[in-house]
Design a protein around this ligand. Structure first.
Ligand code: ADP
Ligand code: G6P
Length: 736
């Protein structure tokens, strides 16, 4: 049976050793909290680090902890002290974490940390490989394991691999700073599905893949050489009903059912019934903007003295990564700031900030969400932020207000919150005032809409959508595989070829016989291509034709000494072997002068682009342009051209990184048919890679063996991975 396994750095439970006793405690952080809710639904194991160093455990402790984790369907990957130092504290939390959160000044680039990261990723990959079946699914999580997808794919290509990044994916300008950027991207591209919280992270990732790796991207598909990879945004949700029901339970509980914590909170509120409570909850992390938030709160008390004594900030910070220096410095800064603000604005009856530096049991967390009037969540950068969503779920009274940083992924979904720039103390101070004085009906209106959304797209829906997309990509890939030119397909083609007496072979040039180069002139045929064509033409049963969008002079020059037929400019010109160029239809090029200025304007505004002038067409090339700008401009150009040529018998053709304007009604399909005429044939093969070749695939007789190079959708009956594979097939035919 197909299983789905989970792989993440942290298991949902971390091991705690108390007086040599082993205890499992729930791990904190968005990943563990979220995945723990859905994990029970999957058949499979959760593989991860139990959070203690291997060298500090006795054999008995290890055995005991392994057994306890096994009960929870967890498989531990044990890390040594040296590995936690270099892999976890080092590369994960001193390199990737700060860099991906735009704290470039904190990012360290240490070769020993990188080496350890590679080794530990290998350790995780091996642990997974030892248990996953050939057709299983594996869902890998977060920035600790960016290399694992490729490591697994290389060994077990049939496994469907999903990867979800729980933190932001930074813009290219930041990502490019990483010395190991290529390794990281290639590692990730071992996955079949890659998920991010928001479209912005997805967009940044695409931009890095385009610029650094050069793969083509259509919609949200990456066309890698060996397969199609799907990329999408899946904003992670929470277990809404769990928080909501726990909070509803608080509404209904009798006096003696109340926890001490709730009683303390209620006593405090009773002392002054118009008191407002503001809640702030995070891991103690510099990305969470805690010092800025404190300063903003101080500004608020300063600017609005009438609220002193009446507003309390309850600030919970969970200890996190406290071996890393920047976290220690942050803790010190926060301690000092809290002391200073409490000193400045507090007195014997009033402590403006209640500060807890510890983890809290789930129940207390809900009690806080339930009791506080405002949630103040102002990270300077945050992949998602689940605390904001948990607060929404716990507001059973449909009241309360969220002040949320626009730099949190959650801001994209929680538009009804008061959105603030986390670096703007005055804006936050003003937002606090707005929140605590917001009329009840406005609170309700906003909260209702927030609850609707968060309830609908909860963590179960999120996980189900991710898993569905894994099925989808698996389906798309297997659809491709059913059309892939495998050795068995080659065998069939060779058999048909052998039996045929009159064979017709249509070959596109760029992207089919030759790979792409920055400029068209560079793609001159190499010796292997010339040999292949020569060899095929030597056989008198073969009618070999190169059918290309290239101009006739270039093709004529390149294949001067070979008895091959040439079709140039998509069919404007035909040259049968040993004959001169013919133009089967009368076409003109008078229109060019009217069109050229528009193309020139685009060249001027788009560095790296240029115009190619063929006899009967004009081509705007953007392969050398900055990729995103090139694509954007190509759309603009197409749009403007459509208007310009509306009354002319012209056509716009989109090729591979080119936009071509040419005479209407002429394409490779009609040209190929015309070329065939009434000639008898019992074998036709047509190979091409782009949009212009689709005409040929569509129009040639039904028994044609049509082959598309690459993974994108096609009318061809077969698909083949690359130019190298095309050449290999043609070499076999040439020697058959
Ligand atoms: P991150 O993943 O960066 O830590 P999130 O806001 O996405 O931030 O997730 C934090 C998770 O940790 C939430 O599910 C929250 O309930 C939990 N959590 C936060 N603070 C505490 C705390 N003091 N005690 C226990 N759990 C906490
Ligand atoms: C963030 C990360 C998680 C991580 C969590 C807690 O949410 O995305 O992968 O588990 O922080 O951090 P820690 O370093 O304690 O695992």
């Amino acid at each position: 049976m197909t299983k789905l396994h989970i792989l993440s750095n942290r298991l949902p439970f971390s091991v705690k050793k108390n007086d040599e006793k082993i205890e499992l405690i729930p791990s904190v952080g968005g990943l563990a909290t979220g995945m723990k809710s859905v994990y029970g639904q999957f058949e499979g194991s959760w593989i991860g680090w139990p959070g203690v160093e291997l060298d500090t455990c006795t054999t008995e402790q290890l055995l005991e902890m392994n057994a306890m984790l096994k009960e929870e369907k967890c498989i531990p990957v044990h890390l040594t002290h040296n590995e936690t130092l270099h892999y976890y504290e080092g590369f994960c939390n001193k390199t990737i974490w700060p860099l991906f959160h735009y704290f470039t000044q904190y990012a360290e680039y240490d070769a020993a940390d990188w080496e350890s990261y590679v080794n530990v990723n290998r350790k995780f990959a091996d642990a997974a490989l030892s248990i996953i079946g050939d057709d299983d699914y594996i869902w890998i999580h977060d920035y600790h394991l960016l290399l694992v997808p490729q490591m697994i794919k290389e060994t077990k290509p049939s496994v469907t691999i999903g990867f979800f990044l729980h933190i932001p994916f930074p813009s290219f300008e930041v990502f490019r700073l990483l010395p190991w950027r290529m390794e990281i991207l290639n590692g990730l591209l071992g996955a079949d599905l890659i998920g991010f919280h928001t479209f912005d992270y997805e967009r940044h990732f695409f931009s890095c893949v385009r610029r650094l790796i050069g793969y083509d991207i259509t919609l949200n598909h990456i066309n890698a050489p060996d397969r199609l990879i799907l990329v999408d945004a899946f904003p992670m949700g929470i277990d809404y009903m769990k928080f909501h029901e726990s909070s509803r339970h608080l509404d209904k509980q009798s006096e003696n059912e109340k926890s001490d914590f709730t009683k303390q909170l209620e006593d405090f509120i009773l002392q002054s019934p118009d008191r407002k409570l503001i809640l702030s909850i995070d891991r103690m992390d510099y990305t969470k903007g805690i010092p800025h938030r404190l300063k903003a709160f101080a500004n608020f008390l300063q600017n609005y003295p009438e609220y002193r004594q009446k507003v309390t900030l309850i600030m919970l910070a969970v200890p996190s990564r406290d071996e890393v220096e920047h976290y220690q410095l942050l803790k010190k800064e926060v301690d000092e700031l809290v002391g200073k603000i409490n000193g400045m604005f507090g007195d014997i009856n009033y402590t403006p900030i209640w500060y807890f530096y510890r983890s809290m049991p789930y129940q207390n967390l809900v009690e806080l969400y339930h009791a506080c009037d405002v949630a103040l969540i102002t990270p300077v950068r945050d992949g998602m932020n689940l605390v904001a969503k948990e607060y929404v779920a716990a507001r059973t009274g449909i009241d309360g207000c969220i002040i949320l940083s626009e730099m949190a992924g959650a801001a994209k979904e929680l538009g009804e919150a008061i959105l603030v720039n986390p670096n703007n103390d005055n804006e936050i101070a003003e937002a606090i005032r707005q929140a605590i004085s917001m009329p009840a009906d406005e609170q309700q209106e906003r909260m209702e809409r927030l609850q609707d959304r968060i309830k609908r797209y909860d963590v179960f829906k999120w996980a189900a959508e991710f898993v569905n997309s894994m099925h989808k990509v698996q389906h798309l890939q297997s659809e491709y595989n059913t059309r892939r030119v495998t050795p068995a397909v080659v065998q069939t083609i060779v058999e048909k070829y052998r039996l045929a007496a009159q064979r017709v072979i249509f070959l596109d040039y760029d992207g089919t016989l030759m790979p792409f180069f920055k400029t068209p002139q560079e793609a001159k045929p190499d010796q292997q291509v010339l040999n292949i064509i020569k060899q095929l033409t030597l056989n008198p049963k073969n009618l070999v034709t190169i059918i290309s969008g290239r101009d006739k002079d270039t093709l004529g020059k390149w294949f001067d000494n070979i008895p091959v037929n040439l079709i140039a400019e998509h069919g404007v010109w035909i040259k049968r072997s040993q004959q001169t160029w013919q133009m089967p239809q009368v076409v003109n090029n008078k229109w060019m002068d009217g069109i050229r200025p528009l193309l020139e304007g685009f060249v001027d505004r788009t560095p790296g682009t240029f115009i190619e002038t063929k006899n009967y067409s004009l081509v705007w090339h953007y392969r050398k342009a900055e990729p995103e700008q090139g694509e954007k401009r190509a759309k603009e150009l197409k749009d403007e051209l459509t208007h310009l040529i509306s009354n002319m018998n012209l056509e716009i053709m989109e090729g591979n990184k080119v936009i071509e304007v040419k005479n209407g009604g002429i394409n490779k399909g009609s040209a190929a048919l015309q070329f065939l005429g009434n000639r008898h044939h019992d074998f036709i093969i047509a190979i091409g890679d782009d949009y212009t070749d689709e005409y040929m695939f569509r129009e040639l007789p039904a028994n044609t063996i049509s082959i598309k190079v690459g993974h994108t959708r096609t009318n061809a009956s077969y698909q083949i991975d690359s130019v190298a594979h095309v050449r290999a097939v043609l070499e076999i035919l040439g020697t058959t």
